[in-house]
Design a protein around this ligand. Sequence first.
Ligand code: TMP
Length: 308
Amino acid sequence: PAAPFQQPRRTSTGWPIPDETDSVHRMSSHPLARLLAITLVTVTLSGSALAQSAQVQVLSENGKAKVLYEGPEPGTLIQHFKDDATAFNAKKHEVIDGKGVLNNRISEYVFQHLNEIGVPTHFIRRLNMREQLIREVEIVPLEVVVRNTAAGSLSQRLGIEEGTQLPRSIIEFYYKNDALNDPMVSEEHITAFGWASPQEIDDIMALAIRVNDFLSGLFLGVGIRLVDFKMECGRLWENDLMRIVVADEISPDSCRLWDIKSNEKLDKDRFRRDLGGLLEAYTEVAKRLGILMENERPAGSGPVLVKG
Ligand code: TMP
């Protein structure tokens, strides 16, 4: 199928800009951010975006699991995956070596396949172990949660036992606002306060259902149940036309993934609930999806499994 976007060349003009994926993609066009970028460029005239990121992260105090930099072309950004794990609005925080690399690969895999089936996303391509090139979008300030099985806050709020199959997939909206702890909101709130228009909500829900169907099938095929997931959407402008696309990341940080046979948790609940073994769980997800790590032997250079 035709690629949804033209892939721009990477040039040496990319200026790193600290940003917080969890809140604002718009920051990078903010005059203050540009000023900061100029300051940074005068300090760091050489080195890859990865090398520069260490310096940028220091400035990005509020960054959670990812950092955004200005990309090599106008309208692009570089999304950098850190090893930080946070929960409960960052009250709980740990650095888990290697988590960012795994999430970068898993999210790349998901977004690439979404692009291929015609679900528009911000994803262009992965650049290296921790970074991917994305389209700059205006993030809709909503966390869109799709649930297939009761778990987490739904179980707590409604007293439904975790693991109960829901009568149908349920879509929920949460207002992205750390100071308010991301409260759940209804379509009434969203339209009344102008966070998204009724048409945009329709588009977001249609995308959410397609992503849910795709992800459910993808994971089912490798023995994993998609319990629920969170996605974010952005407004992408192409000339005068705007369309809603899937943005941010889709990874074990933002999904609940249970092994079909054992119900073992293969997602961030291992961290939220102090179960341990987060890296092993994420590695298991990557392995089942057939994603090789970069330091592993590439396919074809070693013994080939002919019967598994
Ligand atoms: P919840 O049951 O805690 O509301 O979470 C629903 C889904 O959303 C689950 O897959 C985890 C994901 N999620 C995030 O990605 N970020 C968040 O901040 C929260 C609270 C949940």
